[in-house]
Structure formats: structure tokens, C-alpha cells
Design a protein around this ligand. Structure first.
Ligand SMILES: NC(=O)C1=CN([C@@H]2O[C@H](COP(=O)(O)OP(=O)(O)OC[C@H]3O[C@@H](n4cnc5c(N)ncnc54)[C@H](OP(=O)(O)O)[C@@H]3O)[C@@H](O)[C@H]2O)C=CC1
Ligand SMILES: CC(C)(CO)C(=O)C(=O)O
Length: 322
């Protein structure tokens, strides 16, 4: 199996370097300063236990790759960047190779299934950072991260097993699941607080806000009849595989939405809190708190508000949260 990592950033950067260093053939697709840095020097993979520069073949677009039947394509970009990436894959000749959505939220799989027949979901449990070009950091050890993998909309097949085997050989813990979307909905609940970390800062005392966002979303998911599997800190696999800790001379741990804002990019909020707002509208369940988080993300982008500079106290008071 050859693995194509589409979107070499935090998650894609760790995956590309870890798979390549374990002997899997990898091609990365990157852009901008990350592309230039990886082509010049490779990927510096950092974790609490590893600091290694790994050379990885990296190109600017799928059009530069002659796709093979044994390719597994891993989408590792933010959801707002998925649709053009799928178009580029199709124009490059991809047909029925497995496409794995190694992404947060639950919208990518349906987007991919519109264009391709062989789509898989992956739940990503890996606190990863990309702030400096050419560097991908995971704060997790002894495994770099943990993944649930399965076919979309359900079931599992040989492609899931093959990817899990490659990942397990590359210092990850990977599990094949027949209902991977239940795990991905569980992860979605955790990501409703991403915009909070981005607006108020990674150290803000925002537990009550996160709990309220989650409770609102749980009511929506229950009304929608969606099965949810808990993959939060209480998932016992985390204690075995994912002990997170600081890394000397590395940036502190932060969520992917904050990193997007710090790099001057767009945010994924419409596919995180926005998924809950959309389901709420469909099923007649009000979602004022998640709506407020979406409005906050729009305000931050429109007004160029510095990440971490919004007042948590004022926001919680306005939302009636203590
Ligand atoms: N970071 C984390 O800790 C975690 C992230 N996730 C999820 O994983 C997914 C990826 O997140 P993350 O790794 O943080 O994202 P990043 O923004 O760090 O990485 C994505 C990379 O893909 C690049 N990219 C996007 N579109 C293209 C394209 N068409 N061609 C080439 N490169 C492209 C982006 O470039 P550019 O920078 O120019 O936009 C960026 O470098 C998201 O869904 C996220 O929510 C899940 C768990 C943890
Ligand atoms: C759970 C968390 C916050 C881990 O980094 C994540 O999924 C993200 O950053 O998007």
C-alpha cells in the first residue's frame, strides 16, 4: 500500500513522517510555506519521545502524482478545504481508491461520497500542532495518536484493516470499527469547544461553557436519532496510549482552530458547532449557544480579532452561563 497524505499540516505532517519512518511508501501534498520547507528539508517530527527529521516526497497537487490501484488517500485538510481537494483528486484520475477522511466533524465523508464510491471515516485522537513550516508536533506518547477507522456510511473492509496495520506499525494505535461515525460524532462533541480555546485562549477557565455547548449538542443528537460513542478523556484507551505532556522548546498544546487563526487562515467552526446548528434546525431543537460560537468565529474573522483576546467572562455572562 502507498499512502497519499493530502494536506501536510499538523495531523498530515505527523502521519506522513511517522508512516515514512516506519517503512510505508508516502507521498505528501502540501502548499505554501509547508510545501517549500518539506521539499527542502523533510518533516521535523516531534513528540514527547521523538525528535527526528524525516525526508518525505512532497508535491503541490494531485496532478503531479500517477495514482495506482494500491494507493490509500488520506484527506488531512480542514473541512472547509475538502471540496476543492476532492475535485483535484478526480481531475488527477482517482476513481475507486479508498479515500479516508482523517478529519474532525462529520461532513467530509458525505462530501467525498458524492464524488467517489470508496469512502472511509477516521476519528482522529491526536493533539497535533503545525505552527512552523516543516515541523509537525504531537504531544502524545507512547503512541503518537489514536484512530478509529471504518467504511462510510458503515461497515469495514480490507482497506480499513490495511491502513490500521500500517498505522499500528508506525507508533499509532488504530482500531477498525463497523460504526466509525458514532465515534466521529463523539469526537465532534469534544470539538465544540475549539472556538472557545481560539477566542479566549488555550488556558481559559471555559469548562462551564464547554459543558453547556456539549449538553446542547447531546440534546440535538438525541433528537436526530444519531448514535454517539464516547471517545473523550474517559475512553480507557487514552490512558494506555495517549499520555500527553509538554515538549521542551516547543509551542504549548493548542487546538486546531486556534492554530488556524494564529497562522492567519480560515476556521472549521461551520462544520463543528455548525453541524449542531444545522441538525437543530432540521429537528426543531434550538441551539443558541452553538449559534453564538459560530457568530463569534465570524466576528473574529471579520474584525481581525487577535486569538485569545476575547473576554470569557463577558461572553459567558451574555450567554447566561455561570
Ligand atoms: N491539529 C489537531 O490537533 C487535530 C486536528 N484534527 C482535524 O484534522 C484535520 C486537519 O487538521 P490540522 O492538521 O490541524 O490542519 P492544518 O491546517 O494544520 O493542516 C492542513 C494542511 O492542509 C493544507 N491544505 C489544505 N488544502 C490543501 C490543498 N488543496 N493542497 C495542499 N495543501 C492543502 C493546509 O494549507 P494552509 O495552511 O495553506 O491552509 C494545511 O497546511 C481537521 O479536520 C482538524 O479538525 C483532528 C484532531 C486533532
Ligand atoms: C481534541 C483536539 C482539541 C485535540 O487537539 C482537536 O481535535 C483539535 O485540535 O481539533
Amino acid at each position: 500500500m502507498r499512502v497519499i497524505i493530502y494536506g501536510v499540516g499538523a495531523v498530515g505532517g505527523v502521519l506522513a513522517a511517522a508512516l515514512q519512518r516506519s517503512g510505508t511508501e508516502v507521498i505528501g501534498i502540501a502548499r505554501g510555506r509547508m510545501l517549500a520547507a518539506v521539499q527542502a528539508k523533510g518533516i521535523r517530527l516531534r513528540s514527547p519521545e521523538v525528535d527526528e527529521v524525516v525526508p518525505v516526497t512532497c508535491v503541490a497537487s494531485p496532478g503531479e502524482i500517477t495514482f495506482r490501484a494500491d494507493d490509500a488517500i488520506l484527506l488531512c485538510m480542514k473541512t472547509q478545504d475538502t471540496r476543492p481537494a476532492l475535485d483535484a483528486l478526480r481531475m488527477a484520475g482517482v476513481t475507486d481508491q479508498p479515500i479516508f477522511c482523517v478529519q474532525n466533524g462529520v461532513a467530509n465523508e458525505a462530501m467525498a461520497l458524492r464524488l467517489f464510491p470508496n469512502v472511509h471515516g477516521v476519528t482522529v485522537m491526536m493533539p497535533a500542532t503545525y505552527l512552523n513550516p516543516g515541523e509537525a508536533i504531537t504531544y502524545s506518547a507512547p503512541k503518537f495518536g489514536m484512530f478509529d477507522i471504518g467504511r462510510f456510511p458503515g461497515g469495514s473492509d480490507d482497506a480499513d484493516a490495511a491502513l490500521a496495520e500500517a498505522l499500528n506499525g508506525a507508533t499509532f494505535a488504530a482500531y477498525v470499527k463497523d460504526d466509525v461515525m458514532a465515534s466521529k460524532y463523539g469526537k465532534l462533541l469534544m470539538n465544540l469547544g475549539n472556538i472557545s480555546g481560539a477566542a479566549f485562549g488555550p488556558k481559559a477557565a471555559d469548562k462551564p461553557l464547554r459543558a453547556a455547548l456539549r449538553a446542547e449538542a447531546e440534546a440535538v443528537l438525541a433528537a436526530s436519532g444519531i448514535r454517539v460513542e464516547d471517545v473523550s478523556q474517559t475512553d480507557p484507551r487514552r490512558a494506555v496510549h495517549m499520555k500527553t505532556g509538554p515538549i521542551p522548546d516547543a509551542p504549548g498544546m493548542s487546538n486546531s482552530t486556534l492554530q488556524s487563526l494564529q497562522r492567519g487562515g480560515s476556521v472549521e467552526t461551520d462544520y463543528l458547532n455548525g453541524e449542531i446548528a444545522m441538525l437543530g434546525r432540521r429537528h426543531g431543537v434550538p441551539t443558541p449557544l452553538n449559534d453564538a460560537m459560530i457568530a463569534l468565529s465570524v466576528r473574529m474573522l471579520r474584525e481581525g480579532i487577535e486569538p485569545g483576546s476575547v473576554s470569557l467572562d463577558e461572553t459567558m455572562a451574555a450567554l447566561g452561563i455561570r
